[in-house]
Design a protein around this ligand. Structure first.
Ligand SMILES: [Mg+2]
Length: 181
């Protein structure tokens, strides 16, 4: 696994046709002003103190986040780098967002990214979900480039691709904007 701060750091793969780039959405291709590490920390503390079960706290935290971003516009983490990837490779988006298609569509429009091949997996394992997505691809995928800001997603995908015998390059995305999750 490599850590990168820009999509231009993704190593070029010769076989463009057989390669699929899989991008996370939140804090990978976009972020929100004000939704900082501190915001997540404070909100989680509050929510986990006031809810009885982990499930209700997690769901409340998600609601707070949706409310927080509802009237904000997303910002690009690396617009040029993303455009370069989209122009060079077959790309899909794989997000842990659940059922936020309308909102996500609006955000992509705002950022000027075509809304296609966007997969919502909720809290399912991204490795498992990606394995299923690969089976549905029209052209066979021999090489996966996976980019995500969460270590556990990177680990899960790396493990799943190993199991399937698919070559992969895994990138943990840590962009330049300070103090975001
Ligand atoms: Mg993310």
């Amino acid at each position: 696994m490599n850590k990168i701060k820009s999509f231009f750091e993704v190593a070029e793969v010769e076989d463009k046709d057989g390669t699929l780039v899989v991008l996370d959405i939140d804090d990978t291709i976009l972020y929100y002003d004000g939704v900082t590490r501190q915001w997540w920390r404070d909100t989680s503390n509050e929510v986990f103190q006031s809810c009885y079960t982990f499930y209700s706290a997690a769901s409340e935290l998600n609601k707070r986040w949706e409310t927080e971003i509802a009237n904000k516009s997303p910002l690009h983490t690396d617009e040029e780098g993303l455009r370069n990837l989209l122009a060079t490779y077959r790309c899909i988006f794989l997000t842990a967002r659940a059922e936020m298609e309308v909102q996500t569509q609006k955000e992509f429009k705002h950022l000027g990214i075509p809304f296609k091949s966007v997969y919502f997996c909720g809290d399912e394992n991204k490795g498992t979900v990606l394995s299923e997505i690969l089976l549905q691809q029209e052209r066979e995928v021999e090489h996966v480039i996976f980019i995500d800001d969460k270590m556990h997603n990177c680990d899960n995908v790396e493990e799943a691709m190993k199991r399937k015998g698919i070559r992969c390059n895994i990138y943990l995305f840590e962009h330049n904007v300070a103090d975001i999750v």
